[in-house]
Design a binder for this molecule. Sequence first.
Ligand code: GTP
Ligand code: MG
Length: 180
Amino acid sequence: MRKDVRILLVGEPKVGKTSLIMSLVSEEFPKVVPYRAEEITIPADVTPERVPTHIVDYSEAEQTDEQLFQEISKANVICIVYSVNSKTSIEKVTSHWIPLITENTDKDSRVPLILVGNKSDLVEHSSMETILPIMNRYSEIETCVECSAKNLKNISELFYYAQKAVLHPTGPLYCPERRD
Ligand code: GTP
Ligand code: MG
């Protein structure tokens, strides 16, 4: 059985990576966050899959490209976070983040990706129409989820999906947001 799970969050600045981690840990939305959260380890007995889970933040403001590449190569699953109200942050998923991850991961060991649309509290409409073609194009994308660090919506689900993507990978087409 797998010893532990290492989850890395990447994405454009200000999409809410640090807020998502802090919301999970404190179960409330933090008004002020540092650029980068300390690496946290969730003990096995409080995770849904009973495996110790490390959650690793990334911030361009505090880390070099080299440090990012190293974290990418150490990760078991990578959450690419975008903000549902920022078209640019969605475009960067395919123009920047997926190619960067592909370049920095071992070609034989498939690292599952999760697309995370944060700040769902700010919009009426789902970003799924834009996201589904991306899901279909890249088989390494395990699933997608829309969430809000502010409303605490789908936060624990997000980290559960990440854990599950490592422990029980499924096909590329499952998208929980499609259920009505
Ligand atoms: P960098 O560390 O600079 O890469 O940014 P980040 O991705 O870690 O974003 P951060 O958590 O610092 O959040 C950026 C801003 O978005 C802050 O003002 C947060 O309060 C706000 N924010 C984060 N999550 C949400 C959310 O779910 N809803 C709303 N409305 N605002 C959010
Ligand atoms: Mg941050």
